[in-house]
Design a protein around this ligand. Sequence first.
Ligand SMILES: N[C@@H](CCC(=O)N[C@@H](CS)C(=O)NCC(=O)O)C(=O)O
Length: 270
Amino acid sequence: MAVQPANRPKFSFQSKHSSAEISKFLAETDNKDLFFSFSYWEIAAVGSTARDLLEYAGVKHEKLAPTYAEWSAGNVPTAFSVMPCLKVKGPNGMEFDMGESVVIDTFLAERFGLLGNNTWEAMTIRTFYTNIQYLRERTYSETLWVIDSEKKKARDQFLSQSLRKFLEDHEFHLQENGCNGHYVGDKLSLADLHLANIIHFYGTVPWAEMALKEFKKYEAVWKVKETVDRVTELDEWHASDEFKRYEKESHDFYTKNCTVPKDVADKKEV
Ligand SMILES: N[C@@H](CCC(=O)N[C@@H](CS)C(=O)NCC(=O)O)C(=O)O
């Protein structure tokens, strides 16, 4: 990633609207009267589930993808010097800013009916979501951001340990739910979309084939991906040039930034 200048701009969580006003605005405004301005890099990573959520809901939104030049020039306000960020706008000049992918994803999911039917379902969906998020974090820390000489060992260790345990655990819970393509009950949720999104992310890393081969071994896990693939609200998005551009950028980004282990490079699996 490019480096931001020391005087980088920040947005504040304090605004001209009081917390009570924002709360009332959110409770009383229909999604169709909101506009979502979402900022993230053109890659599959922590911000990519929010893009799926916005497309799934069909709400009015824009996806801003700052260039590295804009980032290093200090033209991108954030809360914590990272993206994703979300600005929510409504009637009468109401607006507020959000940061942190987990908060953005769960906020959007709740607005779009993807957090189940009751408090227990919401908690359980969040539990699966968080564990999926943690797997992506471990992918970065264990395999991508390690020194070149350790890449191959780190990747093999990740696939045979962290990913395997994740898949065994998730297969257990998904079988417990009836192996019906959903994490909770028989309804699409944030957890289902997040798993499909992370599988898509693995399709863009240099060792994609190896990762996807592992996912396919687990019937109930793969069924969630297949179920999300059939969600018609996402068809147009997945077929769009914009989505294909993000996919290519992601592929290029991980290939460039994560040195390809030699055995994979030899097989040209990038
Ligand atoms: N905890 C944050 C992490 C976000 C994050 O690490 N964003 C990275 C891209 S995936 C970023 O914007 N990095 C820019 C930089 O470090 O300069 C979240 O989940 O939203």
